[in-house]
Design a protein around this ligand. Structure first.
Ligand code: 13P
Ligand code: SF4
Length: 334
């Protein structure tokens, strides 16, 4: 076994605790034990690998996870998701320890909006309100008026007067979808998610021909050409609910494949077909989300590292627009 202090010191370089685990350990049981011992809660996004979803206390979309983080009584929040999600949990709970199994679990969409560049853009439009998708850094949140997720974006936009000028960042696809839905003309930042941008319309069309009764369900981070062929568009929670409630027995799922685990669990008799990307892969995994593993989850709980740490002023500035989002969501019963 590697020396624990050396391993901890290496986290900044490699992102996670790189120490050997006894192969005889039952990781599920060990994680359950650590949860009780440390009063820790494990929050997992639907895009996490199935084992992590199965051991989590709460599985959800970005809004559900932020809401759980806000109300948890646990001392330690273990976030099985990507960095911006764990950072949001820390902003809402500055006094708690927030752990992320792999610190390098980032997000291409978040990376597409560097705060310094965004500030230059925003300063050109002083009469605009900034609504920012939660998939962004704390620095971006601090420059925003209201945060939103794919579950509540429409309601958040509609809570503002029709004539209010708005900048929407960082996802241009979600922004374009929302402009169409709400009839607004929000100024869009030119960012996108590497996972949702590469779905192949041609392959989805071929799948539809082979499965004529299948419903196409898509996440609004997809490009407009793909969304045009969808029977339903929604957040991961929305897609899951639709697949449960709809009477169809086949679904072509146009989002990250992790969500198929819960879909299949909730509707074991239905068939879920992951939509293929425009490369040689059959399905579409988020390389950032999938950096977390059950082993890394166990190690981060055992050694309480890697931990999310943040500057106090940044926490205060980033918290305001998140709280505004949570308050509006509550108002609409979301
Ligand atoms: P939701 O969890 O809001 O559906 O967003 C999906 C996503 O891309 C998270 O990274
Ligand atoms: Fe970011 Fe896209 Fe991965 Fe979600 S799926 S974490 S938006 S890169």
């Amino acid at each position: 076994m590697r020396d624990i202090n050396t391993a901890k010191a290496n986290i900044e370089t490699i992102g996670f605790l790189d120490i050997d685990i006894d192969v005889n350990i039952d990781l599920f049981a060990a994680i359950e034990k650590l949860k009780k011992q440390k009063n820790a809660v494990v929050l997992a996004h639907y895009y996490q690998e199935p084992d992590i979803q199965d051991v989590a206390d709460f599985i959800g979309d970005s809004l559900g996870l932020a809401q759980q983080a806000e109300k948890t009584k646990a001392d330690i929040i273990v976030f099985a998701g990507v960095h911006f999600m764990a950072e949001t949990a820390k902003i809402l709970n500055p006094e708690k320890k927030v752990l992320l199994p792999d610190l390098k679990a980032g997000c291409s969409l978040s990376d597409s909006a560097p705060p310094a560049l965004f500030k230059l853009f925003k300063d050109k439009y002083p009469d605009h309100i900034v609504i920012t998708y939660i998939n962004c850094s704390a620095g971006m949140k601090a420059l925003s008026d209201i945060i939103c997720t794919s579950s509540n974006a429409e309601k958040i936009i509609e809570s503002l007067p029709k004539e209010q000028k708005i900048i929407f960042a960082p996802d241009k696809n979600l922004g374009a979808f929302l402009n169409k839905k709400t009839g607004r003309n929000m100024l869009l930042w030119n960012g996108a998610c590497m996972v949702h941008e590469i779905f192949s319309l041609e392959k989805i069309t071929k799948l539809k021909i082979r499965h004529p009764k299948a419903k196409v369900i898509a996440h609004p981070e997809c490009e407009e050409v793909v969304l045009r062929v969808a029977d339903y568009i929604g957040s991961t929670t929305g897609l899951l609910k639709y697949s449960l409630d709809n009477e169809a027995s086949e679904f072509i799922v146009v989002t990250e494949t992790g969500i198929l685990h819960q879909m299949q669990k909730n509707s074991p008799h239905k068939t879920f077909i992951p939509a293929p990307p425009n490369n040689s892969c059959a399905c579409n995994d988020c390389p950032h989300m999938k950096l977390n593993t059950l082993e890394k989850l166990y190690l981060c709980m055992e050694y309480e590292t890697p931990e999310i740490t943040m500057d106090e002023d940044l926490i205060i500035a980033a918290k305001k627009p998140i709280e505004r989002m949570l308050a509006i969501s509550k108002q609409y019963g979301l």
